[in-house]
Design a protein around this ligand. Structure first.
Ligand code: GDP
Ligand code: GDP
Length: 453
């Protein structure tokens, strides 16, 4: 029985300027705070994690999901919007309560009605709106009752999220209630030692070839093709002492003895699998250089805080001159992955696969490292002694102690006074000190400050 559940996906759809990114930021606030404390991320966020109570869900802002070409913008937007609509569990369609409906809204509404997806119509910028009269016009879109919200002020937002998620969470609760409770307790102990691994990458980089290499050489304990689309497909295998659960990102199906990719690339499935994993192996077709889509997927992975190993695959097909070019491309496009190990491999020939799995193990160990308060505090004090934080005006930040606030990614929380003044460069300096001391290669690390004054 699969015990990994994909998080439900809410897609935010609407034309430019209706407030999608404002709503996105409000829904994903807690994750945003974590992401802000992970070094090296500069890209715009278009996907994040929201929560209803304890239950996480994925929010996708379709607005700028991929850079849009200047030509054929509408065509491209329509294509992306259509894909996000089809792959999500529920759509929140935003319109602008002040401007009213225009032709583009009608066009999106038409797409949505055709999709057959569940859609909640949100009328944004509704702060101070006189309800009934102003909302009435939006019934015209044929998408049911309009929900007035103010993304900027927060009015109506959590009620909207609750309503969007309620049926999905109820369904998940029913399904997990129906699962064998003993199977779950049996797993308890072994669970921690099992590495949940997602192999991510764009089409044709060699994901299924690698999976067949891994699974073919080793005893397959179980594989699972559960019925509902929201369940992750898992493949379990052992290698040496370790047990791995592969979480499918590729739309794999088993045909005879081998797995093959049968679905077209799905951004949302990739996101869900990355979210459900502890460690991600990002495969890149090195013979093809580094593409924008590779960088895109790398960005998602970093945003989730998952541990990461990068595999430059098809190394057998890269000649000497190309190697330098690949390296330059990598440095230029994937600089923000400096925490991750990069390995060369050939999934086809089975070369370099062992070292990749070793790096996965190390990344997993780093992501789940237990960092004791006394040791963290000693490292902090030594770092501060070696290089004190800069003054801001008359205030000198004072760092008292550090403790661990979470795992996968590790979060280190530093307590003291006047810590708001600590510049990001100093935060990165401390991060480096902790990384070295605890050997935390392979995982992002969040270093956060908590001031008492
Ligand atoms: P997007 O293009 O759909 O992502 O829209 P943005 O989130 O960038 O918002 C467009 C503009 O609308 C910005 O100037 C926002 O500050 C403003 N805005 C967003 N939500 C609200 C709201 O609830 N009320 C008002 N008055 N303005 C809002
Ligand atoms: P996926 O779409 O990521 O699952 O990619 P596949 O595993 O289907 O591989 C796509 C193509 O690349 C196939 O023709 C594979 O034989 C080929 N391929 C995969 N790994 C390697 C490799 O290490 N070296 C070379 N030369 N070709 C490879």
């Amino acid at each position: 029985m699969a015990d990994t559940r994909f998080k439900p996906v809410v897609a935010l759809v609407g034309r430019t300027n209706v407030g999608k990114s404002t709503l996105f930021n409000r829904l994903t606030r807690s994750r945003a705070a974590l992401v802000a404390n992970i070094s090296g991320l500069t890209r715009d966020r278009h996907y994040g994690e929201g929560r209803v109570g304890e239950h996480p869900y994925i929010v996708v802002d379709t607005g700028g999901f991929e850079p849009v070409a200047t030509r054929g913008i509408l065509v491209e937007m329509a294509r992306q919007t259509a894909q996000a609509i089809a792959e999500s569990d529920v759509v929140i369609f935003l319109v602008d309560g002040r401007e009213g409906i225009n032709a583009h809204d009608h066009e999106i509404a038409r797409l949505l009605r055709k999709s057959g997806q569940r859609v909640l119509l949100a009328v944004n910028k509704a702060e101070g709106m006189r309800h009934h009269a102003d909302l009435a016009q939006f019934h015209e879109l044929g998408l049911g009752e309009p929900h007035p919200i103010s993304a900027a002020h927060g009015d109506g937002v959590s009620a909207l999220a609750d309503e969007a998620l309620a049926p999905l969470l109820a369904e998940q609760a029913r399904e997990s209630g129906a699962a064998d409770p003993e199977a779950a307790t049996d797993e308890g102990g072994a669970h921690e030692h099992r590495i949940k691994l997602a192999i991510a990458g764009r089409p044709n980089v060699g994901k299924s070839t690698l999976i067949n290499t891994l699974v073919g050489e080793d005893r397959v304990i179980a594989y699972d093709l559960p019925g509902t689309t929201r369940d992750a497909i898992e493949i379990e295998f052992e290698r040496g002492e370790r047990r791995y659960t592969l979480i499918d990102t590729a739309g794999l199906r088993r045909r005879g003895k081998v797995f093959e990719t049968v679905e077209k690339f799905s951004v949302i499935k990739t996101l869900q699998a990355i979210e459900a994993a502890n460690v991600v192996l990002l495969l890149i077709d090195a013979s093809d250089g580094i593409s924008d889509q590779d960088a895109h997927i790398a960005g998602f992975i970093t945003e989730t805080g998952r541990a990461l190993v990068v595999g430059l695959n098809k190394w057998d097909a890269v000649d000497r001159e190309q190697r330098e070019w690949v390296q330059r491309e990598y440095d230029r496009k994937l600089r923000f992955l400096s925490f991750a190990r990069v390995l060369h491999l050939s999934a086809l020939k089975g070369q370099g696969v062992g070292p990749v799995l070793k790096a996965v193990d190390a990344a997993h160990a780093a992501a789940f490292a237990k960092l004791s308060t006394p040791r963290l505090t000693r490292i902090l004090q030594a770092a501060v002694e070696q290089q004190p934080p800069p003054r801001k005006g008359i205030f000198r930040p004072k760092m008292r102690y550090a403790h661990q606030g979470g795992q996968n990614p590790p979060r280190i929380i530093i307590h003291g006074n006047a810590l708001d003044a600590v510049p990001d460069s100093y935060r990165r300096y401390l991060e480096g000190q902790f990384r070295d001391a605890f050997n935390l290669a392979g995982t992002p690390l969040s270093v956060e400050f908590k001031s008492s004054h």
